[in-house]
Design a protein around this ligand. Structure first.
Ligand code: SF4
Ligand code: ZN
Length: 302
């Protein structure tokens, strides 16, 4: 197999486009795709501070690597943050990987924990539930959004960048659809330009399988051990379902991505509400009480 672009030995075959690429041309194509997504949604502006959420998994380390390469020719500053959920034995290995990768790239790094912010680790929250409800990931996701907002504000960042890839995006859409949560589909619109603190996902147009290949071919370190709660929700089943569809119909994930973009924009417009402030904690929210305060009340009153 020969690379379509430079005639060297190819290492990657991109089934949905029919291209075969060598490692270098493949990596350049990923940088190019991420740059295109960033420019399409004006995700990063000159002189901004970008708070990069780095968990230690492949997506966030690829994101940090890609943004670091772009920052050499563009005018923005990176600051890495890691959220420590308090999952015994899981986050420690990831933290070491992130610390050493940030030191190698000379990027500042800070850790923020659920325990400090909410006075509850994820594990302690799970002990407080009745009947396994709410799910681990729904508690964790609610807390993580707030923890990232807090982290970004405390380092004076303009933008929060997360490593969500195209597969994550499609899975989230199906999870929200299957649970009937159409409001959250509206949140998926990548245009966050009207928000004070913009949330960006520069890898959202890249397949997960390509993120994995980029990490391997660029020798990036990453944590391979999954979170012990990963298989409790429906996400793993949906991931397998979408992968099966893609293996039978190359490019179907790209098609679906285009549809989800349109649906999320439509729902966001239809659901538009003026932002208010939570009557308990004062953070911005759409109702009287924010989702974090509701979650903490639910857990601690059960
Ligand atoms: Fe949190 Fe769920 Fe992710 Fe584990 S898998 S870190 S519980 S969101
Ligand atoms: Zn609140």
């Amino acid at each position: 197999m020969i690379c379509d672009k430079c005639q060297r030995q190819a290492t990657y075959s991109r089934k949905y486009s029919g291209e075969t690429l060598c490692s270098e041309c493949f990596s350049n194509s990923i940088l190019h795709k991420a740059a295109k997504t960033i420019s399409k949604y004006k995700m990063i502006k000159n002189d901004e501070v970008v708070c990069v959420a780095v968990s230690g998994g492949k997506d966030s380390l690829v994101l940090l690597d890609v943004l670091n390469k772009m920052s050499k020719t563009h005018n923005f500053t990176l600051f890495a943050v890691t959220i420590d959920e308090g999952i015994p034995g899981y986050r420690d290995e990831a933290l070491k990987i992130v610390e050493s990768f940030c030191a190698q790239l000379k990027i500042q790094h800070k850790v923020f924990s659920y325990k400090k912010l909410f006075d509850l680790t994820l594990e302690e929250s799970l002990q407080l539930r009745n009947d396994q409800k709410p799910s681990s990931c729904s508690i964790c996701g609610t807390f993580r959004r707030r923890a990232l907002d807090h982290a970004a504000k405390s380092i004076n960042a303009d933008v929060i960048a997360t490593g969500h890839n195209l597969d994550d995006f499609l899975q989230t859409f199906l999870i929200n659809t299957l649970s009937g949560d159409t409001t959250k589909i509206g949140w998926m619109d990548p245009d966050t330009s009207s928000n004070k603190l913009r949330k960006i996902k520069p890898l959202s147009e890249i397949y997960e399988s390509e993120i994995v290949f980029y990490a391997f071919t660029n020798n990036l370190p990453f944590q391979t051990e999954p979170c012990p709660h990963m298989d409790e929700g429906i996400r793993t089943e949906i991931r397998e379902f979408l992968n099966l569809l893609e293996s039978n119909h190359n490019g179907i994930k790209n098609n679906m991505y285009g549809s989800v973009l349109k649906i999320s924009q439509f729902i966001k417009k239809a659901n538009h509400k003026e932002k208010r402030n939570c009557s308990v904690c004062g953070n911005e929210c759409s109702g009287n009480v924010c989702s974090v305060c509701k979650m903490i009340t639910r857990l601690t009153s059960e």
